[in-house]
Design a binder for this molecule. Structure first.
Ligand code: ATP
Ligand code: MG
Length: 434
């Protein structure tokens, strides 16, 4: 729109045309106000009924909430107005009228269920606290990209339609690809390794992963955003360093650039950067500490995966981001390399927020024979993965990497109860549209 001024840029003394949503109409009798909202904020439009054109007053005060209007007039200083300025209109055009009955109240005065909110995301996003989450999400993704570039990584995008999954047939969404069975990829794992094995060496990807998890939980999505890293000549500790640096960079960027959004979310006072050097606990130490909390009905024994309550008890005990290293080989995927001295232990690691797992990673098995026998032990047919395994015959460097859940990063950073709050259009067990 030509000559449109954003409400935040309206300067006293100027003629301006502003356009946006009718946030509210306050009729005080002889004087009335239309509060107009756009992406930068709100501005007060003043109607002095006796002194103004009757048609203009009627048009301005008769319009329904959330309609789109454009208003032209002089911007004046007004200390009593919410933003210190107001516009006395000379013309007003209703561009698109909103039905008076709205499926949810964008002013937030009336709460709505999350399902109603997600069904009407456009209206939901008109609330500042919802918009703030996605503004922060954009800042986080941009900071993550910059941080990977500083770590000499090249951004890649890999196929999401694949012939075979990463970790076997479970949790895969099958689709039909020109009459053949194919799948939505559950992880860029194999592709990013193939690129780390080229001269490119260090790569990252921010992209969707698809997991046909049957259960509906507050921290699982069926389509999530994975932040992936893979680096040649890296071991698990190098990959942990990168995971930590990326996480810290995201927090720092939010602290630096999102003061208003944090304020809107009520987090301005409590938002803190993660502590320096996340503690690195071995799996063995982790289960001992969980058992010592006494929070679990049954004691964990070596080889058990950590149950959700165990992660929670340990998170409360540690109180900061931390790593769990040296997992038993048998509960980590086959492409993770075993410890050089003990084949019961793997180089796999998880990075945890006190509330939940954020990252899984490890050093990868780059030795062809070991890799192929890993496939067999997992009950997978190595022939189906030949496109992947054969590249390990042509000069594959040692390499390591990780996958970080983008929505979990936001969810824990902003203390959101439900991961769906961090996705515009979540896919879950009940939701396939919008
Ligand atoms: P969990 O045990 O918590 O279900 P996972 O170990 O199955 O996660 P990984 O395969 O290790 O998940 O994926 C790496 C990261 O990707 C996880 O640590 C998490 O942050 C994120 N992630 C994985 N699956 C999901 C999902 N269904 N929804 C949201 N994020 C996910
Ligand atoms: Mg994991």
């Amino acid at each position: 729109m030509q000559d449109r001024t954003y409400t935040a840029d309206a300067e006293p003394g100027e003629d301006a045309t502003v356009a946006g949503w009718v946030h509210e109409i306050r009729d005080l009798g002889g004087i009335a106000f239309l509060i107009l909202r756009d992406s930068t904020g709100k501005i007060q439009i003043k109607f002095e009924k006796d002194e103004m054109d009757e048609e203009l007053v009627e048009a301005g005060l008769g319009v329904s909430r959330e309609s789109i209007v454009s208003v032209s007039g002089v911007v004046e200083e007004e200390p009593r107005a919410p933003t210190g300025v107001e516009i006395t209109p000379t013309s007003l055009e209703v561009i698109a009228e909103a039905e008076p009955e709205l499926p949810l109240d964008p002013s937030g005065k009336v709460d709505a269920e999350i399902s109603t909110r997600l069904d009407n995301r456009t209206l939901d996003l008109r609330k500042p606290e919802v918009q703030a989450i996605f503004e922060i999400r954009a800042v986080v993704l941009s900071a993550v990209r910059d941080a990977f570039r500083e770590h000499r990584c090249t951004e890649i995008t890999t196929p999401k339609i694949v012939a075979t999954g990463t970790e076997g047939g479970t949790e895969l969404f099958p689709i039909t690809y020109f009459g053949e069975e194919a799948f939505m990829n559950q992880s860029p794992q194999l592709f990013k390794q193939l690129i780390a094995g080229s001269n490119v060496e260090r790569v990252f990807e921010i992209g969707p992963i698809f997991r046909a998890e049957e259960h509906n939980t507050p921290r699982h999505l069926n389509e999530a955003t994975s932040i992936d890293f893979e680096g040649a000549f890296c071991d698990a500790h190098d990959a942990m360093d990168v995971a930590e640096a990326i996480t810290r960079a995201a927090y720092e960027a939010v602290a630096e650039n999102c003061a208003d959004e944090l304020e809107t979310l009520g987090l301005a006072a409590e938002f803190a950067l993660p502590e320096e050097s996340f503690p690195r606990l071995t799996y063995e130490e982790a289960i001992e500490r969980i058992n010592a909390t006494g929070e679990l009905d049954e004691q964990l024994v070596w080889g058990d995966d950590l149950p959700t309550e165990g992660e929670k008890a340990l998170g409360e005990d540690v109180g900061t981001h931390y790593f769990i290293t040296e997992w038993p080989s048998e509960i980590k995927p086959f492409y993770i390399m075993d410890d050089a001295d003990d084949d019961q232990l793997s180089t796999g690691f998880d990075m945890m927020h006190p509330r939940m797992e954020l990252v899984s990673g490890g050093q990868r098995e780059h030795r062809y024979d070991h890799l192929v026998s890993g496939f067999e032990q997992q009950g997978l047919d190595p022939v189906e993965f030949e496109y992947y395994t054969k590249m390990f015959k042509y000069g594959m460097p040692p390499h390591a990497g990780f996958g970080l859940g983008g929505e979990r990063l936001l969810m824990t950073m902003l203390d959101l109860d439900n991961i769906r709050e961090a996705v515009l259009f979540p896919r879950d067990r009940q939701r396939l549209s919008p």
